[in-house]
Design a protein around this ligand. Structure first.
Ligand code: FAD
Length: 627
């Protein structure tokens, strides 16, 4: 390797893998001033979405906003690439409202790459990493496929589904990191020599279809929301490209019959695949078998981009043989003449037990080595991005000889994610849900910046522009709250008639603007439409905060009390041999886990993986009723 010895370079932080975890990790470390190298198989696939071209959704949207609050890339890229935006749960309370964007795959990759290429302190290098250099239980560098060595103070590993990746389509299987990419076998072999627990997981993706062969006229159209929501706290409507619709169709009896007929050649049902798959994102064959009483499942027909005819049929992920895939697709309304452009497949890969990680995502046994993303047993771009950011910032802190920082359960979904993984581990691909958080009234999408941006600034993750914008917003909120508090309305006020059209019970005694806004039927915008009460804040994010903080103050306080109460129940005894099926509202999964574990106390029940905070509340209600 004499011709490459001069190329040896030293970095503060090396990140391996340019997926969703790796790009956030590299950007975070570089933002914090660490000389960072992002080493990845292929620069063209930086920010590549391996599966569904969509960002956000319930629980996941919360993570995207938190990444953004800490100066990360995902929200900005989603704003620039999103071609259909929706606010999910818009009729429910702000805690569970979530932003989701269908993304143009190419625009998303471009937006991520642009941020990477323009980031100071960050170098990109295209090459597979085959080995880690470990000395005295500390990682000190990496070796690439062609034998190049790079040394570093810390290394972040974010290699996704690539470790020992095995792709299955029916009973055919071959090695791959994902369709079209090679696996990382040399690195997988090397990692298996380290003192870390390793196992196999599985995930899958649907076939893609040529839109020119789809009859959209028989499907239900699903346009995006207007005004179009934004992911980034720094975003503006003009960031969005052209917006287009998604469509909805359904499987039917014939589809299910085709699927049942192909099961003998299914790698999952024939025992060919051993890895555990994502229960919350099951394959269509799983859905048909598990919910045998349902004769139809919804399929979202989602465009892959503005300049492509490829379509992603969300809901029919499958690893059945290709001939069965063709028959099942063509049995669906609107897909009768469909041409499949890429077969669906399942992939099995190595993941590491996240209980071998500290809260900073540094491995417990190899100093300076951090893991983030799918390698930790999670699934999803948002879960990967969130971990990448935390691992990257901690890799930078350690390289700068500073104390690590870990998000907590009470300040972020990132904290929930990392605490769940590192304390409980996971036996199946872990994805985020709002039900995983016990403080969800406090952990809303809308206040992610208020929970994290100040910390991000302190860590060096938040630039001057974002910091100035954040402070302006905080100032606007405080001033408006003060103005509402000192705006008094009495029965002879000139605006009282207009106000009485908004409220259920007319104003009889003096109230201030805040009291009025606290009434459920009154919105900030409706109040501000009354001349004497306006003008409204031009900063719509600040206005939303004024409204939410005023309206939900009581609920938030109550939640804090509930949390305190729940903590008091830590040692409350549960009867042994109890059948939890008798408790109203518990999911089958929770009933099965509680019946199997028979926990002695509520505290122990709460720590069983899959037993959600909501389930614990139901348990407590039941115990209270029993006296
Ligand atoms: P990835 O996005 O996989 O990125 C890994 C990166 O590391 C790649 O750039 C790769 O080239 C690089 N790399 C790997 N090994 C090396 C090496 N040795 N040297 C250099 N570079 C390397 N998520 C869902 O939420 N729902 C789903 O239904 C879903 N289905 C999926 C189906 C399939 C078939 C696949 C492949 C993924 C699916 N995902 C799904 C998961 C989603 O794609 C991942 O969770 C997410 O991409 C993980 O991000 P990551 O950064 O950890 O890894």
């Amino acid at each position: 390797m004499s011709n490459t010895t001069n190329y040896h370079q030293h970095y503060d932080v090396i990140v391996i893998g340019g997926g969703h975890a790796g790009t956030e990790a590299a950007l975070a470390a570089a933002r914090m001033g660490s000389q960072t190298l992002l080493l990845t198989h292929n620069i063209e696939t930086l920010g590549q979405m391996s599966c569904n071209p969509a960002i956000g959704g319930i629980g996941k949207g919360h993570l995207v906003k938190e990444i953004d609050a800490l100066g990360g890339a995902m929200a900005h890229a989603a704003d620039r690439a999103g071609i259909q935006f929706r606010t999910l749960n818009s009729s429910k309370g702000p805690a569970v409202r979530a932003t989701r964007a269908q993304a143009d795959r190419a625009l998303y990759r471009g937006a991520i790459r642009e941020q990477l290429e323009n980031q100071a302190n960050l170098s990109l290098f295209q090459q597979g990493c085959d080995d880690l250099i470990v000395e005295n239980d500390r990682v000190v560098g990496v070796v690439t496929q062609m034998g190049l060595k790079f040394s570093a103070r810390t290394v972040v590993l974010t290699v996704g589904t690539f470790l020992g990746g095995q792709i299955h389509i029916g009973l055919e299987n071959f090695q791959g990191g994902r369709a079209g990419d090679p696996p990382a076998n040399a690195l997988a072999k090397r990692l298996r020599e380290l003192p870390l627990r390793v196992d196999r997981l599985k995930t899958g993706t649907p076939p893609r279809i040529d839109a020119k062969t789809i009859d959209f006229s028989v499907m239900q159209e699903q346009p995006g929301d207007t005004p179009t929501p934004l992911f980034s706290f720094m975003g503006k409507a003009s960031d969005h490209p052209e917006q287009i619709s998604c469509y909805i169709t359904h499987t039917n009896d014939q589809t299910h019959e085709v699927i049942r007929g192909g099961l003998d050649r299914s790698p999952m049902y024939s025992g060919e695949i051993e890895g555990v798959g994502p229960r919350y994102c099951p394959s269509i064959e799983d859905k048909v078998m598990r919910f045998a009483d349902k004769n139809s499942h919804q399929i979202f027909v989602e465009p892959e981009g503005l300049n492509t005819h490829e379509v992603y049929p969300n809901g029919i992920s499958t690893s059945l043989p290709f001939d069965v895939q063709v028959a099942l697709v063509r049995s669906i309304k609107g897909f009768e003449n469909a041409h499949i452009t890429r077969p669906g497949y399942a992939i099995e890969y190595d993941y590491f037990d996240p209980r071998d990680l500290q809260q900073t995502l540094e491995t417990k046994y190899i100093k300076g080595l951090f893991f983030a993303g799918q390698i930790n047993g999670t699934t999803g771009y948002e879960e990967a991005g969130a971990q990448g950011l935390v691992a990257g910032l901690n890799a930078a802190l350690q390289a700068q000889d500073k104390e690590g920082w870990a998000p907590r359960r009470d300040n972020s979904y990132m904290g929930v994610l990392i605490d769940d993984l590192s304390t409980l581990g996971t036996k199946e691909p872990y994805r985020m849900f709002t039900s995983r958080a016990e403080y969800r009234l406090l952990l809303r999408e809308d206040n992610a910046d208020m929970r994290l941006t100040e910390k991000g600034r302190e860590l060096g993750l938040v630039d001057d522009q974002r910091w100035a914008r954040f402070n302006e917003k905080m100032e606007a909120i405080a001033q408006e709250q003060q103005r509402l508090r000192s705006t008094w309305i009495h029965k002879d006020h000139p605006a009282v008639d207009a106000i009485n059209t908004l409220v259920k019970t007319p104003i009889t005694k003096e109230v201030n603007g805040e009291d009025l806004l606290r009434r459920p039927e009154v919105t900030y915008n409706a109040m501000m439409a009354i001349d004497e009460l306006g003008p409204p804040l031009s900063d719509t994010q600040a206005a939303e905060q004024v409204e939410i903080q005023t309206k939900y103050a009581g609920y938030i306080e109550r939640q804090k009390d509930e949390i305190a109460k729940q903590l008091r129940h830590e040692n409350t005894h549960l009867p042994l041999g109890f059948d939890y099926a008798g408790i109203k509202g518990l999911s089958n999964e929770v009933i099965a886990k509680l019946n199997e574990h028979q926990p002695e106390t509520v505290g122990k029940a709460a720590r069983i993986s899959g037993v959600t905070p909501a389930a614990i509340s139901m348990l407590l209600v039941h115990l209270k009723k029993q006296g």
